[in-house]
Design a binder for this molecule. Structure first.
Ligand code: NAD
Length: 400
């Protein structure tokens, strides 16, 4: 319902610290060591970066990696509620407020656009900022997660659904309010729900962004664009890969191929999908069954020393794929970057699958990392963040 500005600020500081190798306390401090550079040479280092969906989750982590890892100038597009007299702002608003303050102190250019990325006006405004400050762009990160979209051509509002296709799907899940493990049955989506989910979370809007940038002459030679996807283990296929959202992700794959064919001859550029690891974000926590899967996955991956945060994943994306000379050749048979390789390791998945049927309400906290999941979820909104004194008053009325 609300968000804590100081907790959000520290979350952003932790991510910057993860990229620069500083301590969190030193981030944005004038006496801090100079920014660490993951790489500053080579043609594929991004200089001007547009991140669509830049205020939370994977988009924020991408933007922090581009800015502090590579000194890129960034434009972040997001849709967040500012504060008013009665309510705090959303977490993404405070995250961006913090990002902006740290960027200024560290001399990094950062522009922000709080608007509906699906709209034509937002694209037009973004083009104007890019033309003035970041032209030409050499990297576009598409990281939107949204429950609905107004089609800019028809005005039709589409809503996405998270449902299986063709037959109902029954599984166990955690009822987050009561903290109980329960069985749920999800009814299958109808054809309209499938089509609407593709309209929201598929590749159509990504393509509109890239076409708009191309037609305005704002794409740099060698431009890259990346959109994020998820596959996950068979356990979750009925609700994810083979469900409505999976259809939208298939559409994203097809869009990547179309965009790649458009970018490669003209710009020697590339469009690619990166399949990321499952992490706790506002978007993923809303998917039925996923909180239980994430709680078990975290337990298994932490025990093996394999766990990665969104910013760890994005550092790997930039260092090993987007900026490495042969990085984009290291893809799966469908041409996708696989950052979910550790999650999908057979030993990891065998352990998750073995634990899955054993989980009950009583043993949830011992068999799984549900406590970690809850904390990470509250962290997303700036709560339960270490070193924040929640007894102190905090200014919520911050203007970006
Ligand atoms: P998130 O909810 O943390 O972030 C969504 C972002 O989109 C926010 O910045 C929000 O402001 C922005 N946004 C939403 N609607 C908008 C609109 N109309 N206009 C402008 N901005 C808007 O989500 P996330 O989990 O980081 O997901 C980002 C992408 O990563 C999605 O494509 C998702 O499928 C993918 N992904 C997520 C996971 C995961 O486990 N979280 C795993 C793999 C891939």
């Amino acid at each position: 319902m609300n968000a804590h500005p100081e907790g959000c600020r520290l979350n952003v500081a932790h991510q910057i610290a993860a990229v620069t190798g500083q301590t969190t306390a030193a981030v944005g401090n004038a006496s801090a060591p100079p920014l660490a550079h993951e790489a500053l040479a080579g043609d594929t280092v991004p200089h001007n970066v547009l991140v669509i969906g830049a205020s939370t989750g994977y988009g924020l982590a991408s933007r922090i990696t581009a800015a502090w890892g590579y000194h890129a100038r960034t434009l972040g597009v997001f849709f967040e509620r500012p504060p008013d007299e009665n309510k705090s702002a959303t977490a993404g608003y405070y995250n961006t407020f913090a990002f902006d303050a740290f960027a200024r102190r560290d001399g990094l250019f950062a522009a922000h656009l709080n608007a509906d990325a699906f709209s034509t006006e937002c694209k037009r405004e973004a083009m104007a900022i890019i033309r003035r400050e970041l032209a030409p762009v050499d990297l576009i990160v598409y990281s939107l997660a949204s429950p609905k979209r107004t089609d800019p051509r028809s005005g039709v509002v589409y809503s996405s659904t998270l449902k299986p296709i063709r037959k109902p799907y029954s599984s166990r899940t955690i009822e987050l309010d009561s903290e109980k493990v329960i069985d749920v049955t999800l009814p299958p989506a109808n054809d309209k729900e499938i089509a609407d989910t593709i309209a929201v979370m598929g590749g159509d809007d990504w393509r509109l962004w890239i076409e708009a940038l191309a037609s305005e002459g704002l794409l740099a030679p060698g431009v890259r664009t990346v959109a994020y996807s998820y596959i996950g283990p068979e356990l979750t296929w009925p609700i994810y890969r083979d469900g409505t959202i999976g259809r939208a992700k298939q559409d994203l794959d097809q869009t990547a191929a179309v965009l790649d064919r458009m970018l490669s001859p003209k710009y020697e550029g590339h469009a690619i999908v990166a399949v990321n690891k499952a992490v706790v974000t506002q978007a993923s926590a809303a998917i039925p069954v996923v909180p239980l899967y994430l709680s078990l996955l975290s337990k298994v991956m932490r025990a093996k020393g394999l766990e990665e945060s969104p910013v760890d994943q994005m550092r790997r994306l930039f260092a090993d794929f987007l900026t490495a000379s042969a990085g984009l050749q290291n893809v799966d048979e469908h041409g996708r970057i696989r950052l979910d390789d550790r999650e999908m390791r057979s030993d990891v998945q065998a352990e998750v699958a073995a634990l899955w049927p054993q989980v009950t309400t009583e043993n949830l906290r011992t068999l799984s990392d549900f406590g970690v999941f809850q904390r990470e979820f509250r962290n997303l909104f700036g709560f339960e963040v270490d070193a924040v004194d929640y007894d102190l008053p905090v200014e919520t009325d911050l203007e970006l």
